[in-house]
Design a protein around this ligand. Sequence first.
Ligand SMILES: Cc1cc2nc3c(=O)[nH]c(=O)nc-3n(C[C@H](O)[C@H](O)[C@H](O)COP(=O)(O)OP(=O)(O)OC[C@H]3O[C@@H](n4cnc5c(N)ncnc54)[C@H](O)[C@@H]3O)c2cc1C
Length: 426
Amino acid sequence: MRLSKELKLPSISMTGFETPLSTEELAIQNSVHLFAKNVLRPLGQELDKLSAEEVIAPGSPYYSVFAEAAKLGLDSSLLEQLPPEMAVRVESLIGEEMGWGDPGLAISLAAAGFPLEMARAVGNQELMDLCAGKIGCWMITHPNKGSDVTTYDVQRDWAKGAPGNKGNMLATVGKDEIVINGQCSAWVSNGAVAQVALGYLGADYGDGYFAEDGRPNGVAAIIPLDLPGVSKGKPLRKIGQRSLPQGEIYFDNVKIPKRFAVALKDEYYGNHTSAWSYAGTHMGQTFTGVARAAFEMALQYVHERKQGGDLLINHQLTRFRIGDMLRRVELCRGVARRSLAYARMTPEGHAYATASAKVTITQEAMKVVDEAMQLYGGAGTSLEYPIEKLFRDTRAALIEDGENNLLTMRLGFLAQQLYAEGWAQN
Ligand SMILES: Cc1cc2nc3c(=O)[nH]c(=O)nc-3n(C[C@H](O)[C@H](O)[C@H](O)COP(=O)(O)OP(=O)(O)OC[C@H]3O[C@@H](n4cnc5c(N)ncnc54)[C@H](O)[C@@H]3O)c2cc1C
């Protein structure tokens, strides 16, 4: 037991009840916080008021985020130089600040670097050069293949006798070339502005689109989006994360060299689950930051607004509500970090495990944002206050990167699979 000699307020940091951060960690946290405060939050609020077309128009302030982010000098090579536990903490600190600033822009920046991260993960220098400095996106969902992209076991988790869902973006994989036809879904983050994509496609290797068990064959590839036959749809009009430009990308006989593939037939699903888990970890950190932002806004408001003859904070009911929000922010943070550590450090992670953390965090964040809005009273519903934007931004997160009910069902399915292997039968 560690004893305190006197009663003092606890150690507290920007990220709540934090164990002491090193000088280096504090420096990174502070510089990302300033970026979030001075660039992401005001830019996110400005873009929120524009139409989807205006956000992506040439000369839009949206594009400034990439140059500003580059000035921070933060990329995954920095994390690779750190001891694993520290790398997880630093990645969490960065992600939380980004979400605190603006979730739409945080997701946009993460998606922009996704193809490059994949090129680095497979160690392909040609693809790294191809992706560097470009706005990327991650095309995994198709118009008719939303939640179905998260089905891995068609024997036990699919309608009996029905073939799997091969989707609407299809590849014919030849000896040296891949030919792509179809389209991704309108939800692809950065789809409206991306210059390069990490795509997950149904694939025919000369023996049809399905394996014997009915599971679709696939190919994952880095796809430059300036090739002949690529075109874009209109940017998606939506209620939340309006600073994140989404939209369809169409492919009409688009040809890429086979060496642009990052996972062919046998490696496809392993790569798929790793990429999805990587995306999920970003969602966890981002929406922890959003929950904190809403909590801080509410905490400030209840120190300004008087009712019942006193400031709201001086009423016991308000203190309970503020305490309830704070413990939920801490819950988000704890789950986000544990799931990030599991994804980055465990020998064999799984996307369903990361996804389950994303469900907890986004649902808790939604509760915090909702309560913050309620504490603002009528002012919370006004466009003059920033809380309604967080409400819209967070609502989208309950579906983004997998719909939460569906993901929870997949976690139950994972428990079933693990039980069959002997887990939890002590
Ligand atoms: C803000 C945002 C950003 C996104 N970014 C990207 C991105 O970068 N790249 C990308 O590829 N996609 C992206 N998406 C797409 C996202 O992954 C999908 O929207 C999500 O997976 C759900 O798919 P869907 O919208 O087609 O819904 P559907 O799959 O059609 O689901 C509709 C409803 O049916 C239920 N349902 C589905 N399947 C079953 C089942 N088997 N049993 C019972 N109920 C079921 C679901 O729970 C849900 O309530 C993004 C979405 C949003 C909102």
